[in-house]
Design a protein around this ligand. Structure first.
Ligand SMILES: Cc1ncc(COP(=O)(O)O)c(C=O)c1O
Length: 402
């Protein structure tokens, strides 16, 4: 018997790498919610409640009927890569070469996964300003790299703090994640901290992973794209831009995203994706093409609806004694400070779910500094938001304050 077979214990049957990855904290709330009866208000979802626009669905159906159901190139269909390049250029900054600097991925999540695998060697560090969507932290672990969580200042509403990020960049840094707008805080990186982070990263030979999946969902003027800032500083070869159609086009289930960046990195990503999903579902690529090249009205209508809900949630939270929120500048989340209530954020989230029927995501699921908060998604209709916030208010008024 080999040592592995002999041991036969839970610890030896699966890899250390797999065991090292924490279960995703938001999914844990889905699972708990699935066990509850009654009328639940879902404020935990990280996806729009809208339907994918009709012209996008039609494009996928037409592609499938026309027989566009075969594998595509690893990098994706040429028209979609060109549409991604055009969309990035329209948004300011350099237009990547669609032939060598854009790869279509299975959502932004695969772009991040492949990018981290491509640029980080085992033991190298991936710097992640937190609170953050937790997946890249686990993706770094899966790549045998070391995630370095850098909490942004809670007292300042989690505004990006370039000093803290730059201090965390060193000779072992392979990549720095710069997610703007942020999930869960909704904060946007202004130009000045981006300049500092890009400069520090490039000077250390580290890449900046600019996660822009929420960029179309901002509620004020948007600062320049990270790649545009880097271009001006002559450091564009250190920026990898991640995007997707998931959030702004209500297309989470279609699983289409992209990575854009220098040809040497994109080339390696394209090569290794043969061994993950090979290529993105072909009709879904045609759907994404229709989304990026079609009318903008559906995106604007959804953004306007999110903006209205955002105002509503902010007003309601403002009126509840003992909790507070820094207005999000983008995405569709309110990251509510519940640290004055008794119990941890996870306990509060569970109590809110089990006793009051409202599903939220506990802040500690978003890494260092997220504790003491609840993420309330406003990707839900105003009537459901009203019911959810009535219940939240009742819970707080019911005496959970210290
Ligand atoms: C910050 C952030 N980046 C990337 C993603 C990945 O989204 P998708 O894979 O659907 O493009 C998400 C999804 O929630 C996210 O919140």
């Amino acid at each position: 018997m080999t040592e592995r077979a002999d041991a036969g214990s839970e610890d030896s049957r699966v890899s250390e790498r797999a065991r090292a990855v924490e279960p995703q904290g938001i999914r844990e709330m889905f699972d708990l919610a699935a066990e509850q009866d009654g009328d639940l208000v879902h404020l935990e979802f990280g996806e729009p409640d809208f339907h994918t626009p009709d012209h996008v669905v039609d494009a996928a159906v037409e592609a499938a009927r026309a027989g566009r159901t075969k594998y595509t190139a690893n990098a994706g269909i040429a028209d979609l890569r060109a549409a991604v390049a055009d969309a990035l250029a329209r948004d300011g900054g350099p237009r990547p070469d669609p032939a060598s600097e854009v790869v279509v991925t299975t959502g932004g999540v695969e772009a991040l996964h492949l990018a981290i695998h491509t640029v980080a060697d085992p033991g190298e560090e991936v710097v992640v300003p937190t609170p953050a969507w937790p997946n890249p932290i686990s993706q770094a672990t899966l790549a045998d790299a070391v995630p370095v969580e850098v909490p942004m200042p809670a007292a300042d509403g989690f505004a990006p703090d370039a000093d803290r990020i730059v201090d965390a960049i060193g000779p072992d840094t392979a990549a720095v994640l710069l997610t703007s707008p942020s999930n869960p805080t909704g904060r946007v990186f202004p130009e000045a901290p981006v300049e500092r982070v890009v400069t520090a990263a490039a000077d250390h030979g580290a890449f900046v992973l600019a996660d822009e999946v929420y960029r179309d969902l901002t509620y004020a003027e948007r600062p320049p794209r990270t790649a545009a800032v880097a271009d001006r500083l002559d450091r564009e070869s250190w920026v990898l831009t991640v995007g997707s159609v998931s959030k702004a086009y209500a297309m989470t289930g279609w699983r289409v995203g992209w990575l854009a960046g220098p040809a040497d990195v994109v080339g390696q990503v394209t090569k290794i994706r043969e061994h993950t999903t090979s290529c993105v579902n072909t009709p879904a690529q045609y759907a994404a093409l229709a989304a990026l090249t079609g009318p903008r009205e559906p995106v604007e209508e959804m953004r306007a609806a999110f903006a209205e809900r955002r105002e509503y949630v902010l007003d309601r939270v403002d009126d509840i004694d003992g909790v507070s929120v820094t207005p999000p500048e983008g995405a569709f989340y309110a990251f509510v400070d519940v640290s004055a209530l008794s119990g941890s954020d996870t306990e509060i989230a569970k109590r809110l779910l089990v006793d009051h029927g409202v599903v939220t995501a506990p802040g500690s699921a978003f890494g260092a500094g997220g504790e003491g908060h609840l993420r309330l998604s406003f990707a839900n209709g105003l009537d459901r938001l009203e019911t959810g916030l009535d219940r939240f208010e009742a819970m707080v008024a019911g005496g959970v304050l210290d």
